[in-house]
Structure formats: structure tokens, C-alpha cells
Design a binder for this molecule. Sequence first.
Ligand code: GUN
Ligand code: ZN
Length: 462
Amino acid sequence: MTARPGTIAIRGRLLSFDADPAIEAEARAVRFIEDGIVVVRDGLVAEVGEGPAIARRLDPGTPLVDHRPHLVLPGFVDPHLHLPQTQVIASYGTELMEWLQKYTFPEELRYGDSGVAGDAARFLLDTLAANGTTTAAVYCTSHPISAEAFFHEAGRRNLRMVAGKVMMDRNAPAGLLDTPQRGYDETKELIATWHGRGRLEVAITPRFAPTSTEAQLEAAGALAAEYPELPVQTHLSENAAEIAYVAEALPWSTDYTDVYERYGLVRPRALFGHCIHLTGRERAALAEKGASAIFCPTSNLFLGSGLYDLSASRAAGLMTGIATDIGGGTSYSMLTTAAEGYKVLALKGQKLPAFEAFHMLTAGNAAAMGLQDRVGRLAPGLEADIVVLDSRATEAMRRRMERVETLAEELFALMILGDERATVATYAMGRRIFDRHHAGRLAPKLDQPPQPKTPQGGESAQ
Ligand code: GUN
Ligand code: ZN
């Protein structure tokens, strides 16, 4: 990796959100500068403003990257995905509980090998960068080595990443099970080694109630009490069979959320994946305790889990993030994720306007993760994680853009038609980690096993 740059200026059509356009007036929420410059100093945003004025005052010799006419946004934040599922994605024909047993757990067994986990971490971080995602909340496997490998790679790239060793002590193959004590000890060791190192944070990660005994949930709660600032991540109310199992296995619980409340896991920076079938009581409890619901639309459609109710969450004051959930989810692209979110909400008779969607992908997801003072906006003092997007990346997009008259229309077509092909460049702390003109050259590539010949020749499109 190259050294951190001193000062760099990035010019383009700047878009950032000071507030949620679902709550605040557009004029206050949306910050758009048609010709703007972000000045980055020592990895942090030093200044944001009008391009011509800043360009005149820049010290001579300051590198200036002119991305006009492309959009310059804060890097995308993906608040829920699984490192060991890059080779589970697109597995046929099951709902959650069978999908876990048939595809996911057998694959996760491989991640006790640091070579396997390291390869996956490199692939995942390369792919996130190619999609403009600079921060993520990542589930590794129950093997501490899988989290070590991920943190090692993310640290080398100086990325802001949250990850955890999954805690699971029942209902899975023996090779994936830890124990309450081991889950506790191994998470603690990870915290001691990695938490706060560079931009890395450890999340307390009990997979979900069906794979943790009450003794293990108690151990996760003990960690949460010892480390009140740490993120927590788990799954909640995704699938009917899952919910029925929790009700049967934990008959004392009022509802599924009550299980996590009982063990002190519902709090600020707790990320609850899915939250599809919540009751009003559960939404109110999550909201009151400052937790976040993470909407995973491609996963929810793919696994037939159900349709997230954004209006109900908003009415309850429950913060919502939106995530890929690789590999129940089917796309690494946050643009595609927003597009599928739009369609899920359409089936609920709800709307996801483009400004609200782009807010969610950036500042909203950062806030859901409790990282609003670090990433998610183009604002002085924040870390200079940036994505540059081309709304005319494909012929279909170019054609559509000819009929676009407003920024909101442009962004909507970008989110519906766009994917990783729209990524022009991605920056982490002001350092370019992806460039579509040099795709694959900025980060080490995975060694590929021999591939069968295909008519396309097997080279991935960028
Ligand atoms: N619930 C528990 N584990 C998982 C997982 O790996 N993916 C999804 N989508 N749901 C889960
Ligand atoms: Zn998940």
C-alpha cells in the first residue's frame, strides 16, 4: 500500500447529506455543489466548497483530481454482510433455516483455515472497493482466525471496518460450535488485539438466538456490559420458521426481541439484521433503546423471507440501515441494494425517494452503526472515504439520462440502473483504493483456480 497522502483535492459534483430527507426539508438535508472540491489533508476532510473558489486558493503543487462531470459522494456504508458467504451467494432453492444447514454452515467450516479466510477477505475488500463501499459491518465465522484474517486485510488497507467472530454453540455442525466461555474468551482476545487499531472495531456477534444457548447469550451480554461502546450485531425476525423456533425454545420470552433485551444486547450501536416480522412492541423497544434495524432487500427477496416495513419503523422512531447481506443477499452493489429496497417497499405500498436512499447508503447507515462522526458525510473533520459515480456508465444509463431534468431524477435512475459499473473511483482516507481505469491493479488480486472456458473468456466486466 502507498503512504498516506498529505493533501489532495477532489473535484466533482459533490453530494452529501446533513440530515435525513425523510425527516428534514430537502434544502436542509441535501448538500449538493454542482462544481465542488473536497480538500483532504492527512486522510481527513479539511474543506468542502465551491470548486472555482477553492481551486484558486489551493497551494501550488497540490494534487487535484478532476472527476467532473461525475458525482462525488461519501463512500457507501454496508451495515450487514458475511465474509464466509462469497461462495454461498446464489445457492438455489431454500428458505433461511434450510439454506443455513445446506449451504452456509458447510461452507463456513472451511474458515478455520487462515488461507481460506485471507483469500476471502482480499476478494471481499477488493469487491467492496469496486462497488464504492468503504465501511461495512462484517460477520466472520466462529473461528477467531477468520476475524484475524479479515482485520489483517482491512487494517493493511486502512479501512474503517467493523467485524466480529460469530458466537454460536448449538444447532450447527460441531466444527462451527464454540461454547459460552470460548465465545466470550475469543471475542475478548480479538478486542484486545484489534479493537481501536487503526480504524478497526470489533463487534460482539452472537449469530442469532437459534444458534446460541441462553448461557451463550448471557456471555454475549456480559461482553456487552464490559464494553458498552462496542457495536453488537445479530439477526432478528427474518423468517417465520426462525421466529417459531425462538418462541418454542425460549418459551419465557414475550417475543423474539425480548430475548435479546433480556441479555442486554439491545442498545445503541446494536445492529439487528432483517427485522421483517416485528410487532409494534418490538419496534418500540428497539427504538427506545437506540438500536438499529438493518433492511436487507436482496436477501429478503432471494430467501423469500418477507417485506420490510419502513413506514412502521419510522413511525416507531426506529433507525433503519440498508445492507447487502452477502451471501443471502445477491449483490455487492449498494446501488442495486437500494433499487431492490425500492421494489420491496413498492410491494408494501411505500416509497423510497432517491435522496432518502442515497442518504441511507451514506450518512444514514453510518448513523445506524454509530459512526456518524467518522464517516458518511463530506464534512470537515470526517474521514475522507469517498466514492465517485458515473450516472452514464452504461449505454442504457446514458440513454435514460437524456430525459432526466433534476438531480433527484438522475439519482433515482442511477440507483435503479446502476451497479459496480458506475464506480469511477473509490478513496479511503483520501487514498485511491479503486480506479475503474486501472481495475484490479490497486489491490492484490486473488489467485484464481483454473476456470472452464466460457464464450466471454471469463474476464469480469468492470
Ligand atoms: N440468520 C442467522 N445467520 C444468518 C445468515 O448467515 N444469513 C441470513 N440471511 N440470516 C441469518
Ligand atoms: Zn446476515
